[in-house]
Design a protein around this ligand. Structure first.
Ligand SMILES: [Zn+2]
Length: 391
């Protein structure tokens, strides 16, 4: 029994390798596929033949210009192979994106959110239906919906149970089965920051990077930790809660019940609250960035302090995990230019020099779509993890 199980698992891993190689190298020639995947020619062609038979991969007619002699056809994930849907569920808004199976964006939409669970589920269902309908090619056969992935600002356990979502006001909710029942399709859920980190790894700044830290700042501050090419989840699935590292012992009160947590100085909510305490009424971080750009000393000093706290917390992460790259995502990217100088200075001061020397710091290229694209990453991962049609 065991050898058969192993060969099926290896076959699936090989198929996943071919899938990602085709996704990352559109119009790839079959002879390049062996080099890109490290698989031998016979294995590659057997997998490609089956993926073509299942309609996941197609050969294009266009000959490849740079080759001399017999024209070669190019391979790619078929646009008709399926549709993925990703969503970000926030109290105020629900952002939805649809992509091809290869992750190319087809449609996007944003609709109002809700902290009432039933209302949020209904709106999500309607929003996804609308996006799927709009994603269909005119007059063509609609591609099958292969999976839905949703990023939620919550502590999520490994079974897809929402343990605590302070901003939505939800706790101990079996969110994955509820969503599958409401949406009638395979649903994959995860913490929004972890989903966004997966999107950075598949589609963004962290392609090919094995060890990185991804940071976001919205209502709280979240972290995603990739170690050895895998998202690190911890024993219960809650790893990466950088927002609750203590940066000021006895400092500002935090939603978690403790004091002086990083997010009480660095999240969008806390930066705006601190600005309010100092008679600066700012609606959002775009306004904070604009005020800082105009030279407002109060806002500038708040953002500089946020950078220093973030750099201190990050130094601990760097000394513990030795990442090669740190990515600032979410709303932190809006104020990055005012946060980075003090953040870098704190890293210089607190991180060990050999670890600090080669550390790269980037602002996320995915912007507001990082979490919905994280939903796409979850859905793609889910589609590739289940015994697929070709197995
Ligand atoms: Zn806290």
């Amino acid at each position: 029994m065991l050898p058969r199980v192993n060969s099926a698992a290896i076959r699936r891993l090989n198929m996943v390798r071919v899938f990602h190689a085709l996704r990352e190298n559109p119009s790839c020639a079959q002879r390049d596929l062996s080099r890109l995947t490290g698989l031998d020619k016979a294995t590659t062609s057997a997998i490609v033949a089956q993926m073509i038979e299942e309609g996941l991969v197609e050969r294009s007619e266009a000959p490849r210009a740079r080759r001399i002699g017999r024209p070669e056809t190019a391979l790619g994930i078929a646009p008709s192979a399926g549709l993925l849907v990703g969503a970000r569920l926030e109290p105020g808004t629900i952002r939805i994106v649809s992509t091809t199976l290869a992750g190319t964006v087809v449609k996007q939409s944003q609709i109002p959110g809700s902290t009432d669970l039933a209302t949020a589920l209904r709106r999500l269902h309607e929003g996804i239906d609308a996006v799927v309908a709009a994603s269909r090619p005119e007059g063509g056969v609609p591609p099958p919906l292969r999976g839905i992935g949703i990023g939620i600002p919550a502590l999520m356990d490994r079974e897809g149970r929402l343990v605590l979502a302070p901003n939505l006001g939800w706790r101990d909710t079996p969110i994955r089965p509820l969503l599958e029942e409401a949406l009638g399709a395979p649903v994959h859920v995860d913490n929004d920051t972890k989903a966004a980190a997966m999107a950075e790894r598949l589609f963004g700044a962290c392609r090919g990077v094995e060890d990185f830290v991804y940071l976001t700042g919205h209502s709280g501050v979240g972290g995603g930790l990739f170690l050895g090419g895998r998202l690190y989840r911890g024993a219960q699935g809650f790893a990466g809660e950088i927002g609750h590292l203590t940066v000021v012992p006895g400092g500002r009160p935090c939603g978690c019940g403790k004091r002086g947590c990083l997010e009480t100085y660095v999240s969008e909510t806390s930066i705006l609250a601190q600005a309010g305490e100092r008679e600066r009424a700012l609606p959002d971080l775009w306004a904070a960035a604009a005020a800082a750009r105009d030279g407002d000393p109060v806002v500038r000093s708040l953002l500089e302090a946020a950078g220093a706290h973030l750099g201190m917390a990050l130094s601990h992460m760097v000394n513990l995990t030795n990442p090669g790259l740190v990515v600032l995502g979410g709303n932190l990217s809006i104020v990055a230019e005012f946060v980075l100088p003090t953040l870098n200075a704190a890293l210089d001061e607190h991180a060990l020099e050999p670890l600090r020397r080669d550390l790269r710091l980037l602002v996320s290229p995915l912007g507001p779509d990082a979490v919905p694209m994280g939903g796409i990453a979850l859905a793609m991962d889910g589609f590739l993890s289940v015994p697929s049609p070709i197995l």
